[in-house]
Design a binder for this molecule. Sequence first.
Ligand SMILES: [Zn+2]
Ligand SMILES: [Zn+2]
Length: 348
Amino acid sequence: MTKAAVLTGVKKYEIRDVDLPPLPDDGLLLDVIACGVCGSDLRRWREGPPEGFENIISGHEVAAVVAAVGKDVTDYKVGDRLALAPDVHCGKCYFCQHGQYNLCDNLKLVGISPDIPGGFAEQMILTGDVLRNGIVHRIPEGMSDLHATLSEPASSVLASHQKAGTTLGNTVVVLGGGPIGCLHIAVAKERGAKVILSEPTEVRRKMAVNFNPEAIIDPSAEDVVKRVKELTNGLGADIVICANPVAVTQTQAVEMVRKGGRVVLFGGLPKANPMTSLDGNKIHYGEINVVGAFSYHPTVHAQALQFFADRPELAEKLISHIYSLDQVNDAFSIAGSGDALKVVVLNR
Ligand SMILES: [Zn+2]
Ligand SMILES: [Zn+2]
């Protein structure tokens, strides 16, 4: 038995005692210490549990300590501190065979796939499958458990800048604020870039000030393409990151990037309307690279852990709210309001 936050309806968690599956011989029992609230958790909370799954336990930005090990486990021991990320690849498909695990055809996600319970609970079981093909890394010594929960959302941000090649002297435009936008600002600056943020919500623009972008644009009040051109001496930005689910900003990204520049489609569009409109001639004659970015290779999660182990002050700035498991509905309300940066549920 473990205490868990069970999603029972739209925007409704109930704290319940639920049965844990038996500890597999090749698996682990974890005491969850902290679990961050992700955008994907918020989406499910707004939609309610999917048909046929009444007892969803979400949460994948997990910091935990090993409470028991299965009898065949040799790599882990009781007391080990672990950070988790959701992806569990199959190891067999074309993409896994080519090392592109994030593109796995049979990807399962801890705390997102409805049949794999996640971290908004006091305890959780990690199966051998997750240990072998999932993303589990040790939390560096001296690093706070709370900060370790940031490694998951930071991984996709780090991976996208590796893909974009963000480097010294670049001007990077981040379209979309909030916790992910602020992570993009921080990572781009650490890689030596100047950052321009575009964000329509005042409260989010104010939160972003803390991360020191060189300029902040309100696209509801000014022409964002024109402003970016002005700020780059008419050239356009080296890299534009679309970190929001809004198709029109993808159109604008191609307008504001310089010739030979890169546009990264980091945020997905709504499932019901995923079409986007990009100026094909700009892309053709300007040799603009438009690239998708989704999830990350498992090693990036280890890099993200070290990134925050080395930068505790940055982690502190990113976490704006901490709640107990009993207050999980409050945690989701504030995270969903848009008035928060990272919201974390802390068990102890
Ligand atoms: Zn996440
Ligand atoms: Zn696969």
